[in-house]
Design a protein around this ligand. Structure first.
Ligand SMILES: [Zn+2]
Length: 400
């Protein structure tokens, strides 16, 4: 962990201290001069702020981080395609629901959606069922690199579908109805709306023993509970369950490149007997899913790093990953800013972005004292953040 933490001061850095000034990105010296030339910064801290990036590349895009309270939701639009991209799509704060759903539905209207689901916690997908069922074109999920984890999660999702269990019922539907499911991991190239991404985690080549043994233990604990739960299924439901588990595990581990329209996901079957089992299992599944949260870089042309997205990546992972490079225009803090690891110590960025609600735990000192940044943006304090690349805004700040 970086030196600065020894005399860390936990005072959050307010955006106001940076003020409405123009920012010129980071370095034009050194061995790797950066191409980002000018950054304008404008806006009202109560209603949201905008960061405008001028880049000599031809890439045009706009990324809007929504203030959804404790949760995560960003909208990505680019001139490269008609499709709209969402990077996570959820919130835990019901007071944020109506406004967020309105904005999201407007963005989705009549367009196909590419959705990055960083992991299977409902603060990241709870709006899935509320945006008017637009066609899900590509669903990008983290590949799950451990069969014990895949089996546990697939069985839980299949039972959740059969019982219509809470928000989890939305996941099997999304996994089965998307035209394509991409199980993203480090070794595979990834595109999001034709913008290139590089996945940092999950990584099949890197086993983290502490995670491996924890997941194996949880899996062993869960198997007898699943066996009991499966006894309450009718013969029909049992067949459906087996089929769904097979399909979901393939989607979670390898992805799926076509949709078999003959296979439909059921509507609620009201198998109430399953509920107590699901209640018992849910907590453990949340822990397993957390270990495989997607972390990736969003690039612009010529592989220039633009954004670093860390999902809810565990600190154990951020502690052992190789430094992600950069400098970045933006870094999205892991787990709403509460998780941090050594790989982030050398990171430089213009903006640190945190999607938070009033009761989210405090931001890790590493983001305040190790990462080098110019703008601190927390959605609960500062509202939405719009970051646009080569997209001329109405109130552009022009720099000397
Ligand atoms: Zn979360």
């Amino acid at each position: 962990m970086c030196e600065a933490l020894n005399n860390a001061n936990s005072r959050p850095i307010e955006s106001e201290t940076i003020g409405r000034i123009g920012l010129v990105f980071l370095t034009s010296q050194g061995e790797n001069p950066r191409r980002y030339l000018k950054i304008g910064f404008s806006g009202d801290f109560n209603t949201g702020t905008s960061l405008h990036v001028r880049d000599p590349s031809r890439t045009h895009f706009k990324l809007r981080f929504m203030n959804v309270g404790h949760g995560d939701c960003a909208i990505l639009e680019t001139t490269l395609t008609q499709r709209v991209g969402f990077i996570d799509l959820g919130s835990l704060n019901p007071s944020r629901f109506p406004l967020a759903i309105q904005v999201l539905s407007d963005a989705a209207k009549g367009r196909e959606i590419d959705l990055v689901l960083s992991h299977y916690h409902w603060d990241h997908y709870s709006f899935l069922g509320s945006i008017g069922n637009p066609p899900l074109n590509r669903l990008i999920v983290p590949a799950i690199p451990l069969s014990a984890a895949t089996e546990s999660i697939s069985k839980f999702f299949a039972l959740a579908d059969i019982a219509g269990y809470g928000y989890y019922r939305l996941l099997p539907k999304a996994l089965m109805s998307a035209s394509e499911v991409i199980a993203a991991h480090r070794a595979e190239p990834l595109n999001l709306l034709d913008l290139r991404c590089e996945v940092l985690w999950p990584d099949y080549s890197q086993s983290i023993p502490v995670i491996h043994s924890r997941v194996t233990k949880l899996h062993e604990k869960l198997m007898p509970i699943f066996a009991e739960a499966e006894k309450s299924l009718s013969i029909d439901d049992r067949q459906y369950f087996d089929k769904l588990v097979r399909e979901i595990s393939i989607s979670l581990s390898e992805g799926r490149h076509y949709r078999d329209t003959t296979k439909k996901v059921s509507s609620r079957r009201s198998v109430d007997k399953l509920i107590p089992f699901l209640d018992k299992i849910e907590h453990h599944i949340k822990e397993i899913a957390d270990y495989f949260s997607l972390a990736f870089k969003l690039d612009v042309e010529n592989d220039e790093s633009f954004g670093l997205f860390l999902g809810d990546c565990p600190s154990q992972v951020l502690g052992i990953l190789a430094p992600p490079g950069g400098p970045f225009v933006l870094v999205k803090g892991a787990h709403h800013g509460t998780r941090y690891g050594n790989c982030l110590d050398p990171v430089q960025t213009i903006a640190e972005v945190f999607s938070r609600g009033p009761r989210t735990k405090r931001i890790h000192d590493g983001y305040l004292h190790c990462v080098e940044f110019q703008l601190f943006h927390s959605t609960d304090l500062h509202g939405d953040l719009v970051v646009s690349c080569n997209d001329p805004p109405a109130t552009q700040v022009t720099l000397p």
